[in-house]
Write a protein that binds this ligand. Sequence first.
Ligand SMILES: [Zn+2]
Length: 471
Amino acid sequence: MTSTPPTRMLIRGATALTLAPGRPPYEKLDVLIEGGRIAAIGQDIPAGDAQVLDASGQLLLPGFVDTHRHSWQTGIRGVAADWSLMEYVRNIRMGYARAYRPEDVHASVLVGALEAIDAGITSMCDFCHIMNSPAHADAAVDAFSASGIRGILSYGFYDVPLEQPAFCSHAERLADAARMARTFASRPAGVMALGTALTEGGLVTSEQTAAEVKVSRDHGLRMTAHMGTLSTPDTVGRMNNAGLLGPDILHVHCNFSSDEELAQIRDSGGAVSVTPETELQMGMGFPVTGRLLRAGLRPSLGIDIVSDYSGDMFSQMRIALQTERALRNEPILRERKMPATVSPTVFDALQFATIDGAAAMGLAHEVGSIEVGKAADLITLRTDGLHYMPPAEPVAAAVLQARASDVCHVMVAGRLLKRDGRLVGWDLASLRARIGDSARHLRDTVASQPAVSTSTTSAYSSAIASIVDQH
Ligand SMILES: [Zn+2]
């Protein structure tokens, strides 16, 4: 459903925030793209036979990198608006998740990825723990691929508590992930990769965690995992003690991970995704943005769930930045003093959302900054709204003034997925009808399905049920 990229394209007239080392925070630049890659950056580059994309007066940025999203929850948008983590686990992980058919997974992952593209996100790590059957897994891969977004579709090993499960053992689920890895490996290389999403420590045995890591590494799949929550705070340490940590693991949340555990992630070459809005709402603890910086790790940002709030990176940059500023200001205020300065900076927040996210996903050599040789994953922001009258300094504008509706052009590997404010190649009315039908099915099914009983579910569904029951 996406257009064929032109062989050569010239983006003309934008103010570029390149995020590239050694360059100023912003500068007037033209960007020449050849074969999906950035071939040249400079001023007044001759167009020659290149198609010219006029970005006069716009801001040009590397596409945002969302390091943690469950796009399968797009079809239940907003249901968690007033929920704690325990309500979320009970009502979604053990409730709505049981109602998903493969077509619901397809509709949610597709619309979720397109929503991300529309908001300027060009790379995503999609934590897909809705693999209720092989058909669910295939649907997720097909939908993610069809959207045109770059990133990792992470096969979730989590065992949704179904009445009639398609997988009768942990081993069968691992075998399905291996099946998918073999199938995926036979496809032509593109902007999408397959990964895995580990089951939370505490819900499976240490042997099962080791088996999930082994099948991932046997097939060269990068991993991601929810880590360091209050119910199982020491998951990083447990994996470290088992010799399982590595640069191929993207740890998510880590609110209750100790400083020693954050150092273990750093020493392993791993990375962390901070999802500030979920963590603040759901009682998961303060985002670890500042603790990561003090440990020598760069934070990346994730949107997590549109079953709760909006799917754009502007919101997460602001919440992460202002929460960390508040945390740093608090001890000064407690001494009845006023902070003389604030930190981190807006430029830090922009790095978290771009180049630091790319590094967290193992993609820093490809995307996350505007540099010659990198893939042309780029976005532009319009600056003709009232909120640019008068224009703010460009970095401050991109982080604290811009809105998702400002996103004008979006390209992945030089392919325009959004042009002049409209997604390319998609009929929004038919997408709306599809996701609407799916949302009705999910709502009606959940309204009539019985609650999960701890005595009738599998061992690790029982474990999660008992955690919920304690709260
Ligand atoms: Zn999550």
